[in-house]
Design a protein around this ligand. Sequence first.
Ligand code: FES
Length: 154
Amino acid sequence: MSHTLTLTINGTVQEVTLDDPRVTLLDLLRERLYLTGTKKGCDRGQCGACTVLANGRRINACLALALSHDGAEITTIEGLARGDTLHPVQAAFIAHDGMQCGYCTPGQIMSAVGLIAEAQAGADPERIREGMSGNICRCAAYAGITKAVLAATE
Ligand code: FES
């Protein structure tokens, strides 16, 4: 039995029909909608590479069933910039070397955007590190990531 769901993705309403109710939001984004900026790392909720915003809150898209987000507003890394103008968090990651190989970067940036919106970290490096702890960077670019989030918070 197929299921049709409606999502607003990066501001555009999209209707998607799924034959398999077990499809994750991550696979829907990457394999059906070709929004490949959202990365698949562990596919089990441990690395944060798949972080997107669902109704403004950070989630691991690999752990989310697409069906359970029917009607949701989803923001991916592709939805942050406005034309040629980067989102302030994107600009801060560049300015402060918040990356090395770049694979985790979309998830890091989406997590930072969510964290700043939650207004829980403030401009406190320790709280930023804690708030970003669900996003793993295998290159260990954490110093630059923290500096970037701090700069974007101020
Ligand atoms: Fe989702 Fe690692 S791919 S947390």
